[in-house]
Design a protein around this ligand. Structure first.
Ligand SMILES: CCCCCCCC/C=C\CCC/C=C/C(=O)SCCNC(=O)CCNC(=O)[C@H](O)C(C)(C)COP(=O)(O)OP(=O)(O)OC[C@H]1O[C@@H](n2cnc3c(N)ncnc32)[C@H](O)[C@@H]1OP(=O)(O)O
Ligand SMILES: Cc1cc2nc3c(=O)[nH]c(=O)nc-3n(C[C@H](O)[C@H](O)[C@H](O)COP(=O)(O)OP(=O)(O)OC[C@H]3O[C@@H](n4cnc5c(N)ncnc54)[C@H](O)[C@@H]3O)c2cc1C
Length: 672
């Protein structure tokens, strides 16, 4: 018997490389850095990210003494918050004068702060963290909803983390239907204050990240009442806790909502108000105002108050690309080192990566990680342009931005959740271990399907935009193909990338027309429009999904065509793009072109097999950030699985004395 020996901490570990992975890497025929730079944005950004990650990981105080999964609910919160706070402090300190941190130091010398954002923080904060909402929603809400004076007053404090905030919108009774929110903010012109009130149990705020124990402020969405009239939901900046003692202020009932499927280091919370008074100027007044006498000044569009959600939907698309890159790195490396079964009779067990069925599980996710990366880039650009125009009073791009961000958020999160589960299965039993890294990734992907607009609800928002566009031609650039004569009528079979995009448009337009027919038919039968809408929901969602696939596919094709790529990388991206388009078409097409596409699909599986390991290497995710014993760079999966298992508190002693003496022994000794 070979005796188990701890491996990962010995010197030997740093020299080991699994021979299967080594062979793949030796045959690499493209420049991995080119793909790394493409994902980061450019060479300088890669250098900056690498130094930042190295800087964070070189700090022993930011390491977990034991895996967080062994901690209690309370300990998890405290341990992850500690790391988040240390991380923020670290970003403020001067970087040591070492050559390996040159870029960071230069940045600081030029007065630019180091980023805490998603990349660096996700290296050490993997279970959701209590400060996330402060950066992702509280600060953006002040910027997007606050007047210039309000921004001047609150932003510096928020950016310095003198105050920590969250975004409190969802209530026990309502998350989706915002007009149904019950929290009230009633203006009192005598004192020039708003009075915040939680009128029922269902009106309690429920879910906001970091609300339970961490935040001392929140942007609270509440129904605004002034001069006896309800003006709809508006954002209010509300202090929840004393800035020195952190005790909840009088009239504030705040706490944490308990364990969840994932993201358990985040203290998602509840919040109620018992006639809490706040000054008038804490209504965030960029778009609408209440004057001192209580006069209400309307916004240009009531939907401007939803802008923080739009921002986060865009952010989520980028986040999903990152989640997919991690999941597919783990599964691809593991598939390369894992040998199982018999492919050719009498021959050694092959790498599981050589099974076509395995490739079919891995490569759609690999391709989709690029597709969502490019989609996120596109929708960020649109977001910035639309926001700039809104700042100048031009709201024309708002519907297209809403349609696109909803479509891309819903598609990226639903596909990522599905892919993460498939990739977990692709690692067999070991994929089920927490130490595989999949449970955490699954926790993020599935949460993203629900938060920031439950996906079904977002699909129906997209469908509404598509139907409206098809009926009156009023839609923007993303739906231009649905407008009148612009609809492609090319019926010839063309399986080039452009031809497939054309097919995507035809499929989506076909579904839109089917949904319109169904709506019209219900109407003819005497159904009211809202009932007809409800009865056509299944068809409407199909149309929205087909449209979303078209949007993401179109981004991918356009990005691959850009000039900046070298020949080898262009051909890899071209193949991955073609592969994903065919994979998605299989979901949409019935019989037309199927056999032709099937042959191409199988051919692409073999081609991608040749470089898959090297492509996931080029994602350049450090082992510590990947957080997976199966996906480590060296491929030493079994040793790491064992090392990790031995961290279990149940392995401290050979016998778990207390449970044996108290329960097992009496049971085994007792007679029937
Ligand atoms: C250390 C740093 C590390 C950070 C790492 C952290 C990572 C964390 C990542 C993410 C964190 C996320 C946390 C989650 C937060 C939340 O979940 S916050 C709560 C989010 N809630 C929702 O999204 C609610 C969903 N509901 C809605 O959006 C709306 O209610 C609605 C479903 C759109 C319906 O709204 P409403 O009833 O008001 O609208 P209708 O009357 O139906 O009118 C519809 C018309 O309005 C147009 N519309 C709707 N929304 C918008 C919009 N946002 N922009 C523009 N236009 C909009 C719609 O198209 C209709 O127009 P039409 O009448 O012309 O057809
Ligand atoms: C991890 C996590 C973090 C969160 N963080 C925050 C936060 O920081 N701040 C915050 O304010 N909120 C937060 N939320 C809340 C989140 O935004 C809501 O849960 C989400 O918007 C869904 O709303 P709901 O829970 O009311 O679901 P519901 O709307 O009740 O959905 C239940 C079901 O009803 C269906 N449904 C609802 N309406 C329709 C419709 N019109 N047509 C067809 N079907 C419909 C849905 O599709 C779904 O299947 C968070 C949630 C999670 C899970």
């Amino acid at each position: 018997m070979i005796k188990y020996k701890q491996f990962t901490d010995t010197m030997a570990a740093s020299f080991y490389e699994n021979p299967d992975l080594k062979r793949e890497r030796q045959s690499c025929n493209f420049d991995k850095d080119e793909i790394t730079n493409l994902i980061d944005g450019n060479v300088e950004k890669t250098k900056y990210r690498r130094e930042l990650v190295e800087y964070i990981l070189s700090d022993p105080s930011l390491k977990d003494p034991i895996p967080v999964e062994y901690l209690s609910h309370e300990e998890k919160y405290a341990a992850e918050l500690k790391k988040a706070c240390l991380l923020v402090q670290k970003m403020r300190e001067p970087v040591p004068k070492e050559a390996k941190f040159e870029t960071l130091r230069k940045r600081q010398e030029n007065g630019k702060p180091l980023d805490i954002g998603v990349g660096p923080s996700s290296v050490i904060l993997k279970e959701g963290n209590a400060l996330g909402l402060h950066f992702v929603m509280f600060i953006p809400a002040i910027i997007g909803q606050g007047s210039t004076e309000q921004q001047n007053k609150w932003l510096p404090r928020a950016l310095n983390l003198e105050i920590i905030g969250t975004y409190a919108q969802t209530e026990l009774g309502h998350g989706t239907f915002l007009r149904g929110l019950e929290t009230k903010a009633t203006y009192d012109p005598d004192t020039k204050e708003f009075i915040l009130e939680t009128p029922s149990l269902s009106a309690y705020k429920w879910w906001p990240g970091g609300l339970g124990k961490t935040s001392n402020y929140a942007v609270v969405m509440a129904q605004l009442y002034t001069k006896g009239k309800c003006e709809g939901i508006h954002p209010f900046l509300v202090q929840l806790r004393d800035e020195t003692t952190h005790e909840p202020l009088p009239g504030i009932f705040v706490g944490e909502i308990g364990p969840k499927l994932g993201l358990n280091s985040n203290d998602n919370g509840y919040l109620g108000f018992d006639r809490v008074r706040i000054p008038r100027d804490q209504l965030l007044m960029k778009h609408s105002q209440v004057l001192e006498d209580g006069t209400y000044v309307k916004p240009k569009s009531t939907k401007l108050g939803y802008a923080t959600m739009v921002y986060v939907r865009v952010f989520i698309v980028q986040d999903m690309a990152q989640v997919l890159r991690k999941a597919v790195t783990i599964a691809t490396r593991y598939s390369c080192v894992r040998h199982q079964s018999e492919l050719k009779p009498g021959e050694p067990e092959p790498q599981i990566l050589d099974y076509k069925a395995q490739q079919n599980k891995l490569f759609p996710a690999l391709a989709a990680s690029f597709a969502f990366h490019f989609a996120a880039e596109k929708v960020w650009n649109l977001y910035h342009l639309a926001t700039e125009n809104i700042g100048k009073g031009d709201l024309q791009m708002l519907p297209d931005l809403h349609g696109m961000s909803c479509a891309m958020k819903a598609l990226s999160t639903s596909e990522t959740a599905k892919f993460v589960e498939t990739l977990r299965q692709s690692c067999g039993g070991h994929g089920y271990m927490v130490s595989s890294g999949f449970p955490r990734l699954y926790g993020i992907a599935t949460a993203s399907e629900t938060y920031e607009g439950e996906n079904t609800v977002l699909w129906l928002q997209v469908a509404r935009y598509l139907i409206k566009t098809r009926m009156d031609g009023s839609g923007g650039q993303s739906v231009a193909y649905l407008i009148g004569s612009n609809l492609p009528d090319n019926k010839a079979v063309d399986l080039s990338l452009d031809g497939i995009i054309n097919l995507f448009q035809r499929v989506a337009a076909g579904y839109v027309d089917l949904a319109m027919k169904e709506l019209a038919e219900h109407g003819r039968q005497g159904m009211a429009p809202y009932d007809a809408w409800n009865h056509s929901a299944v068809q409407l969602i199909k149309a929205a999904q087909a449209h979303a696939r078209y949007l993401v596919a179109d981004c991918f094709v356009r990005s691959v065509k850009e000039d900046k790529l070298s020949g080898p990388v262009r051909s890899i991206l071209n193949e991955l793009c073609e592969f994903l388009l065919i994979y998605w078409l299989f979901a949409e097409l019935k019989t037309e072109h199927l056999s032709q596409l099937q042959a191409k699909y199988m051919e692409l599986l073999s081609i991608i097999r040749g470089y898959a390991v090297n492509v996931v290497d080029s994602f350049d995710i450090r082992d510590e950030a990947l957080g997976s014993v199966l996906g480590c760079w060296d491929g030493n999966a079994y040793q790491r699985l064992f090392d990790e298992a031995l961290k279990s508190p149940l392995n401290r002693n050979a016998v778990h004395r207390e449970s044996f003496e108290k329960y097992l022994k009496p049971l085994m000794k007792s007679k029937l």
